[in-house]
Every structure is written in C-alpha cells, then in structure tokens.
Design a protein around this ligand. Structure first.
Ligand code: PBG
Length: 324
C-alpha cells in the first residue's frame, strides 16, 4: 500500500526499466511478406504498401540476402501470376512464380525460413479463395487444388506452407498430400483464426486479389466471434497444424491471448496490410511517430502471446530492435 509501495521506483531510469521489462522483441521472430511477380529486374514499389515491392525472382534473391543479413526469422511468399483462370492453374504450376522464388531464396539465403502462402485468390479469375460453382465457393473441390499448390511449394524447397483460404479440412488435406509426396518434414502454419476483415484492403490491391463478386464472409470468420476462433484452432491442430495463426493482429489481441493460453503450440500473429497502412498514412501526415508506433504494435502482439509476428515492418523493425 502507498506510501510503502511505489510502482514508479522501477521506472526511474532506463536501466531499471530494461531490467524488469517483461516482453522483448527479437528479429528472429519476425517474418517479412514478399510479393513475387513474373519477369526479371522488376522492383516496383506497391502504392498501397509504401516501402514494399513487387519483386521478380532475381530481385527476390537480392532481397533475401539483405533480409537474412537483417537477422529476421523468415519470409512469407505471395505470388502474382502471369495469368488467372477459373481453377487457379498457375497456383499449382511447379514452375510458377512462387516455386521459382522459393528456389531463388533458398540458393541466396539458405538460413532464412521460407514460408509460402497457400491460397487460390491471386490465381483465380474471380478472385475468390476457392472453386466457384453456381455463385458458391465450394469447399471440398477446393481442397485438392490447395494440396497440389502446397506440394509444388514443398517440392521447390519451402520450409513451411501456410494455407490462408479458410476452407474446412484444408490442413488435413495438405498434411496428407505433403506426406504422400515425401514432404513429411515440411511444416504447416495454418491461418487458423482468419477474420473477414476490412484491414486486408491494401494487400488486395498489392496482390490483385479482390473478389470480383461478393465477399469472403462465407469462409473467413465473423469479426464478432471469439469462441469460434478456438474451434478453428482446435480443428487445425487436430488436423496436423504445427503453428496456428491469428489474423489480423492488433484488433484481435484478445483472440491471440486466448489461443496462446490454451494450447502449448507456437502462435503466429499477422499484423496485416491495413494495420501497416494506417501507421504509414498517419506518419506521413506527421500525426504519429512511425517507428515508435510500429514497435508498440509488435510488442503488444508479443505481450498478448504471439511467438511469431508477420509484419511489413519486419526488416526495418529488426534494425530498430538492434539499436534498442
Ligand atoms: C489470401 C491472403 C490475404 C491476406 C493474406 N493472405 C487476403 C485476403 O484474405 O483477402 C491478407 C494480408 C494482409 O492484408 O496483409 N487469402
């Protein structure tokens, strides 16, 4: 009780604060999303995601080296194909842009963990994450295409595949297909609790993956639900997920905390494009301190229970943490 108890005592100097700090960010836990495009010599800034680039495979290799140097843990690869069709053929092409980028990254930066996003939305002409029949996104017919996509990524050397489609049973389908193809060592990071969020806007512009009709609410989760997220995580773990992700991060810290408290598995948080873009826009106006806000957001995700954080700040944040 005051005056004996004075919580400010341990806040008095930077050294004392450092001594009792509960949550530390480490570059090794950060993952940087990268966008691979066809061609060569392409390094084009993405308007909705300043300081992020569309990179051709040769430039991905250059980027991979720099990222490994920065000390971050890994990269999460997205592909933007030459051509889209109804069945997302380019997604499971073994010579597609993602398998090529995986090979280039593995050659350039062998110690960087390479994670690939497994979804169809950037590869379908309609922009939905699954096969469309009569205006509906069909679950079971989608599973085979996702599994083929994951196997193509594994074949190229991906360490982890990350299904982001939110179809039921996809983790089981991926695990079975990977094992059958001789890739039992490839891990699965499932986007387990992925919400139908308006925070994905800048990403969809970057990936050209906006749905041409409807929305994603028949497969991604309702932002109002927390208990349902636990069922999603439970199902994915039962099906063989090695890491479970909550996405977005900042508006869903309660979900991250609930998942982390309940299961002794690595939890990832995806600090999504809209979270990044908000900070960028406000900083540009001089309304927020970009670096301080970014580090606060990442620390909050960690404090809530995230082990791995996927963020468009990853490369810069690694530098900021080192300077700390
Ligand atoms: C693909 C996918 C999306 C994101 C990651 N994987 C878009 C979506 O579901 O619409 C969003 C990432 C971000 O906003 O940073 N399904």
């Amino acid at each position: 009780m005051f005056p004996q108890t004075r919580l400010r005592r341990l806040r008095r100097t930077p050294a004392l604060r450092r001594l009792v700090r509960e949550t530390l960010l480490s570059p090794s836990h950060l993952v940087m999303p990268l966008f691979a495009v066809p061609g060569s010599g392409v390094r084009q800034e993405i308007p909705s995601l300043p300081r992020n680039y569309h990179l051709s495979v040769d430039e991905i290799a250059v980027e991979g080296e720099a990222l490994a140097e920065s000390g971050i843990g890994g990269v999460l690869l997205f592909g933007i194909p030459e051509e889209k069709d109804e069945y997302a053929t380019a997604a499971y092409d073994p010579e597609g842009v993602v398998p090529q980028a995986v090979r280039a990254l593995k050659a350039a930066a062998p110690n960087l963990v390479v994670i690939t996003d497994v979804c169809l939305c950037a590869y379908t002409s309609h922009g939905q994450c699954g096969v469309v029949q009569d205006g509906e996104i069909v679950n079971d017919a989608t599973l085979d295409l996702l599994a083929r996509t994951a196997v193509a990524h594994a074949q190229a050397g991906a360490d982890i595949v990350a299904p982001s489609d939110m179809m039921d049973g996809r983790v089981q389908a991926l695990r079975a297909a990977l094992d059958e193809a001789g890739h039992s060592q490839v891990a699965i990071m499932s986007y387990a609790a992925k919400y139908a969020s308006a925070f994905y806007g800048p990403f969809r512009e970057a990936a050209g993956s906006s749905p041409s009709f409807g929305d994603r609410r028949s497969y991604q989760m309702d932002p109002a639900n927390r208990r349902e997220a636990l069922r999603e995580v439970e199902a994915d773990l039962a099906e063989g997920a090695d890491i479970v992700m909550v996405k977005p991060a900042l508006p869903y810290l309660d979900v991250i905390a609930a998942v982390a408290q309940r299961w002794p598995v690595p939890v990832a948080a995806y600090c999504v494009s809209g979270e990044y873009a908000m900070v960028e826009a406000a900083a540009e106006k001089g309304w927020l301190d970009r670096r301080a806000v970014a580090l606060e957001m990442l620390t909050a995700a960690k404090r809530a229970g995230a082990d791995v954080i996927i963020t468009y700040f990853a490369r810069e944040a690694a530098g900021w943490i080192e300077e700390h």
